[in-house]
Design a binder for this molecule. Structure first.
Ligand code: ARG
Length: 468
């Protein structure tokens, strides 16, 4: 291996070995290897267009880059911390293979525009993977919701029984929040779809490269407008980390719901054994570790976002080496979030739902709002109706009976507007059916939501129309 650094000309002293291992990024930025090979091929082709390489020389460069790709993947090429990063490693291998032709590849180029181009290619690819993983959850949600249109459970606010809802309605709430994440991914993808290459270190290459052609070759829809901006900013990284964090926040809350609902006091759902683990000491245990890990990893991904926000806040405009620290949080967040989505999809697809336990747990006090609405329909202003029903709730509590155990006389004691039909209010299916307005928990509304969700799933595949 050549010991000489790509920048060693003006140096008289050898880098301290401590500094070498301190500053290398090659052990994590090798994740950019394939993007970097692609960038090298496209750049070499542009160099041939302006006469830096002849046609046959370009063929040799492309052939050698293919070789490097194969050999790296098969483990024949090894990295060391003498390689400052994956970009210098690729240039070293190329030069070792084809000598001066390799030494010409960096004409007009800086690692500053190279690294940010690689990063955008990596990101576009991984945003697609994340979107795909989310669509697995969305599919699982739609399938489960379809089976549970008429499954009723108490809806909770403040973790206390509030109003009856259909389980499908709850599941679809998760679908629609994830759909906003899909849109955020698409928007972030669009902003990653701007090619920085040709920006050089900061001022732009001093060679007349056709950047539009280069962008097209690399699958970018357009190229950057300003070389300082292109090499300086990492707002697309911060944005991707926010998107990942937001996905994780959604997953984490769902994980929490499922952990609670699968616990002994509830038993609404059962997490399949394939997504549970046992205890080393207590033989009876089946713990929801998949969901707990999702909740735990949310902290980690939000931490990754925090690293980037702090990294960017005080550095001067244009490239500084601090920016090397953007990669580990980005790789970590995208990989963790994508794997959490796949796990959540598996948990949902294998979930056992105990509709009877859900139904039996409904507290008749859940119909208090319906009682107030009943009075409103008979002409009572809502605030008074609320007060009247509140008094009945308090009376029932004092009498140690449930709201549905009160008889008509007891209801009429508080308002003469109550009639025999008031007792029909205590029926969960009736309670749902009263809420068929758009967005409500009624069966017609839920059917509408399901239809919309299925259409969205069909359309999502067209969200990314650009090549990566
Ligand atoms: N490895 C660096 C990074 O990830 C890119 C190299 C730029 N280095 C430099 N000294 N200009 O940001």
């Amino acid at each position: 291996m050549t010991e000489q650094k790509i920048w060693s000309g003006r140096f008289r002293e050898k880098t301290a070995s401590l500094m070498e291992s301190f500053s290398t990024s090659v052990f994590f930025d090798q994740k950019l290897f394939q993007a970097d090979i692609r960038v090298n091929k496209a750049w070499a082709t542009s160099l041939q267009e302006i006469g830096v390489y002849s046609k046959s020389e370009l063929d040799k460069v492309l052939y050698a880059l293919d070789q490097i790709e194969r050999e790296f993947i098969s483990g024949q090429l090894t990295l060391s911390d003498l390689d400052e990063d994956i970009h210098s490693a690729n240039e070293r291998w190329l030069t070792e293979k084809i000598g001066p032709l390799g030494a010409r590849i960096h004409t007009g180029r800086s690692r500053n525009d190279q690294v940010v181009t690689d990063l955008k290619i990596y990101l576009k690819d991984h945003l697609r993977k994340l979107e795909d993983a989310i669509s697995h959850i969305q599919n699982a949600l739609v399938q489960l919701a379809d089976q549970h249109r008429r499954t009723v459970l108490p809806g909770f606010t403040h973790l206390r029984q509030a109003q009856p809802i259909s389980f499908a309605h709850y599941l679809l709430s998760l679908f629609f929040q994830l759909q906003r994440d899909v849109h955020r991914i698409k928007e972030t993808f669009d902003r990653c779809d701007v090619m920085p290459l040709g920006s050089g270190a900061l001022a732009g290459a001093a060679f007349d490269i056709d950047r539009d052609k280069l962008a097209q070759r690399l699958g970018f829809s357009r190229c950057s407008e300003n070389s300082i901006d292109a090499t300086s900013d990492r707002d697309f990284v911060t944005e991707a980390l926010f998107v990942a964090s937001q996905v994780m926040l959604h997953l984490s809350r769902t994980a929490e719901d499922f952990i609670i609902w699968s616990s002994e006091p509830y038993r609404y759902i059962d997490i399949h054994e394939t997504y549970s683990t046992g205890s080393s000491m207590m033989p009876q245990k089946k713990n929801p570790d998949s969901l707990e890990l999702i909740r735990g990893k949310t902290a980690r991904v939000v931490g990754d976002l925090t690293v980037l926000l702090n990294l960017m806040k005080g550095i001067p405009t244009a490239y500084v080496r601090d920016l090397q620290e953007d990669k580990e949080p980005l790789f970590d967040a995208l990989e963790q979030t994508t794997s959490c989505c796949l796990i959540m999809a598996g948990v949902i697809a294998s979930l056992h739902v105990d509709a009877l336990t859900m139904l039996e747990s409904l507290d008749p006090a859940l119909y208090a709002t319906d009682l107030a609405d009943y009075l409103v329909r008979k002409g009572e202003p809502f605030r008074q109706a609320h007060h009247i029903v509140g008094q009945i709730v308090s009376y029932a509590e004092k009498e140690k009976k449930s709201l549905s155990e009160c008889n008509l006389d007891e209801f009429r004691h508080y308002s003469k507007l109550f009639d025999r039909d008031v007792l029909e209010l205590f029926d969960p299916q009736n309670a749902l059916a009263r809420r068929n307005l758009k967005g409500g928990t009624g069966p017609k509304s839920v059917a509408q939501q399901l239809e919309t969700a299925k259409k969205i799933l069909d359309d999502n595949q067209f969200l990314f129309t650009r090549p990566v």
